[in-house]
Ligand binder design. Structure first.
Ligand SMILES: Cc1cc2nc3c(=O)[nH]c(=O)nc-3n(C[C@H](O)[C@H](O)[C@H](O)COP(=O)(O)OP(=O)(O)OC[C@H]3O[C@@H](n4cnc5c(N)ncnc54)[C@H](O)[C@@H]3O)c2cc1C
Length: 410
């Protein structure tokens, strides 16, 4: 049951939650932790039991401030230090390291690779400590909101709240319900990935950078995880399968060396994930994390966008809840402006990555020069809410030009 506090809008009904959140992934639990920490009666409904496996293990420096704000402490079972990214082309035998410390000033100079099962559980536990009521095994089958209230239905119950946050990830509950899913057709379409135990991750020391493996068709990732585990996957713009992973990335010298003697775990395939949501918020509801937008994972932006987005969203929502104006039109206008800047930057980078020789010239080219390199590094660090990065402005400008063309899909 909700805490018995006097509700701020005169509704003293303890069955009315201040905020109901769908999904206990990083977006949902970040929102819930910040809301509950400020005394808002917050219910989170999550269909899975935790810990649960999840892909998306490489974080960016731009989320470090949110982890600090949540009071999340790194530990050796969950976190591996990440200094930057190493772009590798095995076919041309070229590689180039990018260190976050080389970015424009103002952002953290490192990030983490995480075991997502443990990381998501740690965020969940923190939200609970701060007072959120988080219930597992609760699949939300329908949800909505109007001028008067928000509501959520599970298979057995109906919950009422003053506000609804959809953080259901790629299930994108509200976007589907509102027919608001617009795919980014030009991005990666399919990912095949696996994990190894007892891998030779020590060979990646001391930097533990993520390896972005440029492939003739698409790109691959190699991520060191705690306990000598390795995450390996490949993304292409067409449907691919296990054999494709085995005969491309895993057959290359880097993976062969790192996985020698290691035990391979299950192989998984996922597809058709890149999209944006044309109805990201409305009266008494908002979406955050992947439920709002998902951009091809090549630059590891998903968890960072989920945490930053959730924090920005509740920073606007909390004063509105206190003042009973949470149903106000345009409440989240600033949130959308700032998130669209972030999405647009990554979408611009991904478009170039797939459709031009950008990767070769920027990531494997000889010398970008200090200023350009700092700008590129800031975007790679996820520091995409700033306004003084000429490289980021160039990405946003080129994207605006493309979106005015009639053939654009975004
Ligand atoms: C191949 C691939 C590689 C990736 N690599 C990276 C990476 O390296 N770095 C990175 O930052 N990101 C990466 N991502 C993206 C990252 O995983 C996501 O962006 C991130 O998990 C988003 O968090 P979220 O909280 O929005 O959603 P999720 O983490 O998906 O959480 C949503 C939660 O909602 C629950 N849920 C869904 N529907 C319902 C329902 N109806 N009722 C109740 N609960 C529900 C789900 O069980 C889930 O726990 C990758 C994604 C893919 C596909």
């Amino acid at each position: 049951m909700p805490h018995q506090t006097a509700s701020r809008d005169g509704r003293d009904d303890p069955t009315v939650w201040d905020v109901i959140v769908v999904g206990a992934g990083p977006g949902g639990t970040t929102a819930a932790a910040l809301l509950a920490g400020q005394g808002f009666r917050t219910l989170v409904l999550e269909k899975e039991q935790f810990p649960r496996e999840k892909i998306g293990e490489s974080l960016l420096p731009a989320l470090m401030g949110v982890l600090d704000r949540l009071g999340i402490e790194p530990n050796d079972e969950t976190y591996v230090y990440k200094r930057g990214a190493l772009f590798v082309s095995e076919s041309s035998n070229r590689q180039q390291a990018f260190e976050f410390a080389q970015a424009l000033p103002g952002c953290a100079s490192h990030a983490w690779h995480v075991d997502r099962a443990r990381f998501d559980t740690q965020l969940r536990d923190r939200a609970r400590e701060l007072g959120a009521d988080i219930r597992h095994g609760e699949t939300v089958v329908d949800a909505g909101a109007d001028e008067n209230q928000a509501w959520v239905e599970t298979r057995t119950d109906r919950f009422i709240g003053r506000y609804l946050i959809d953080a259901s990830g790629l299930s994108r509950l509200l976007a589907r319900r509102k027919d608001a899913v617009v795919p980014y057709t030009q991005f990666g379409h399919c990912a095949v990935f696996t994990h190894f135990e007892n891998a030779r991750t020590e060979l990646m020391a001391p930097e533990f950078d993520i390896r972005i493996m440029l492939q003739p068709e698409g790109w691959g990732w190699i991520i060191p995880l705690p306990g000598k585990r390795l995450s390996v996957g490949i993304v292409a713009q067409r449907k691919i399968d296990r054999e494709f992973l085995d005969t491309t990335l895993l057959a290359g010298p880097t993976c062969q060396e790192l996985t020698e003697g290691a035990t391979r775990l299950a192989t998984q395939v996922t597809g058709n994930y890149s999209y944006h949501n044309t109805a990201p918020s409305g009266t008494r509801y908002a979406t955050t994390g992947d439920a709002a937008c998902f951009i091809d994972p090549v630059f590891s932006s998903g968890v960072t966008l989920a945490l930053r987005g959730a924090a920005d969203l509740v920073d606007l929502l909390m004063p509105a809840l206190r003042e009973n104006r949470e149903a106000q039109a345009g409440l989240l206008a600033d949130y959308h402006v700032s998130m669209n800047r972030a999405y647009g930057t990554f979408a611009g980078l991904v478009e170039r990555f797939y459709n031009t020789n950008f990767a070769e010239s920027y990531f494997l080219g000889t010398d970008l020069g200090d200023d350009l390199r700092r700008g590129v590094m800031s975007v790679l660090a996820g520091d995409v809410w700033r306004h003084d990065n000429t490289f980021q402005d160039m990405l946003l400008r080129s994207r605006r030009r493309r979106s005015t063309k009639p053939s654009s899909t975004t």
